[in-house]
Every structure is written in structure tokens, then in C-alpha cells.
Design a protein around this ligand. Structure first.
Ligand SMILES: CC(C)(COP(=O)(O)OP(=O)(O)OC[C@H]1O[C@@H](n2cnc3c(N)ncnc32)[C@H](O)[C@@H]1OP(=O)(O)O)[C@@H](O)C(=O)NCCC(=O)NCCS
Length: 184
């Protein structure tokens, strides 16, 4: 199980999920202000059963975790993860994250994204990490820009949430490999 210390703020970490995280995961995930910015696969209400199945799914493998808990004093207060892509897109991953509302606007997610990017490029053979953001989610766009991403594209009318269509703002960061990508 990985544990990374967020360098500037040691009480915050990102680490793999573990049994016992269910209650705090449910407490902070169960928030419409969180779910409105995420895919519909992130449920609202977010029940203890949802938390248990998320933790089960993310603890059953001995491989390097792709979904990490953001913790404060070992309590889960959010989550950050990647979805590895396949086939011709296998050198890319999609990044997603959320943080419990009481902890917003303290720079925590920006630190978590920076640490996650380092962890991902160090541990997976990827060249590209991207994140798609709803056009109304300015806080998330700021997080990505502060963590070194740049806006690559705006996909018009690409997202559909709660009965409305929105543009997707696509942010990207590349691994600087300084050499041929065929060696990856
Ligand atoms: C988006 C989210 C992860 C941000 O987390 P956070 O820990 O508060 O982010 P940070 O504190 O690192 O940075 C937020 C930045 O956005 C700014 N911000 C917040 N709300 C804003 C708003 N409505 N308009 C403009 N800027 C805003 C903050 O001031 C801060 O910028 P600054 O450092 O220049 O002052 C958090 O709000 C969240 O979990 N939202 C719900 C889920 C979500 O949106 N996930 C991302 C999906 S792409």
C-alpha cells in the first residue's frame, strides 16, 4: 500500500484505500455539491454500501493502486484517481478527484494533484494525463492549472448532467521524457 507525504503539509497524505475508511468516505462523498461536478457513476446519495463497495473494489488487488484516498490525520476527506486507457490510448490516463466540502479552498487538492501526477508518471508507463472539466467548474480548472496542466481543448456540448448540456474543458499534462516514446 502506497503512502505519500504531501511535501508542504505533512498532516495530509494520499494513500491507498483500506478497510475502515468506509465511514469517513461516506461522510464527505455524500454531498450534491461534490457529485454535481462528477460523472453520474458517482452516486448521490452516497451510502455506506457505496463506500464499502468502492473500498472493496480498490483493495482487492495487490497491484499499484490507481485510486487513492486524500487523508487528514488518517481520516479520508477525499479521493484522487486515474483511469488507465486501453488499446491505442494505453499511454494515457484520465484523472479525477474530489474533496470534502469543509476542506475546500485551502490548496489541498492542488497538492494532491501534484503528488498524484508524480506518483503516476513514476509508477505507470504513461506519457499523457488528462482531465475533463464541466464548463462551470472554475475551481477545478484552477487546481489543474496550478498543478501544471494546460487547457488543450474545449469540447462543445460534450457533457450532459442533470438534464443540461455543457462544454467539456480538457486539461492535459505530459511526461517530459526527453527521448523517443517508442522506448516506453
Ligand atoms: C474542485 C475541488 C476539487 C477543488 O478542491 P480545493 O482543495 O478546494 O482546491 P484548491 O484549494 O487547491 O484550489 C481551488 C482554487 O479555486 C479557487 N476557487 C474556488 N471556487 C472558485 C470559484 N467559484 N470561482 C473562481 N475560483 C474559485 C480558489 O480560490 C483556489 O484558487 P487560488 O489558490 O488561486 O485561490 C473541490 O471544490 C471539489 O471537490 N469539488 C467537487 C468535485 C469536483 O469538482 N471534482 C473535480 C472534477 S473535474
Amino acid at each position: 500500500m502506497s503512502t505519500l507525504n504531501l511535501s508542504e503539509s505533512p498532516k495530509f497524505t494520499i494513500r491507498g484505500f483500506k478497510k475502515g475508511d468506509e465511514a469517513s468516505l461516506q461522510k464527505y462523498a455524500d454531498n450534491q455539491k461534490v457529485s454535481v461536478n462528477l460523472r453520474n457513476s458517482f452516486p448521490y446519495p452516497f451510502t455506506l454500501e457505496h463506500a464499502a463497495s468502492w473500498i472493496e473494489m480498490n483493495t482487492k488487488s495487490y497491484q499499484k493502486p490507481t485510486n487513492m484516498a486524500i487523508t487528514l490525520n488518517n481520516e479520508v476527506i477525499g479521493s484522487i484517481g486515474i483511469t488507465l486507457q486501453t488499446d491505442i490510448f494505453k499511454k494515457s490516463a484520465e484523472l479525477g478527484y474530489w474533496l470534502g466540502e469543509p476542506f475546500w479552498n485551502q490548496g489541498i487538492t492542488t497538492k494532491a494533484v501534484r503528488e498524484m501526477i508524480k506518483y503516476v508518471f513514476d509508477n505507470f508507463k504513461l506519457v499523457r494525463i488528462y482531465a475533463g472539466v464541466f464548463e462551470y467548474n472554475i475551481a477545478s480548472m484552477k487546481v489543474l492549472e496550478k498543478a501544471g496542466f494546460h487547457k488543450e481543448a474545449v469540447h462543445r456540448n460534450a457533457m450532459f448532467k442533470k438534464g443540461k448540456v455543457f462544454d467539456e474543458h480538457l486539461f492535459v499534462i505530459f511526461k517530459s521524457n526527453g527521448g523517443s516514446i517508442t522506448s516506453l
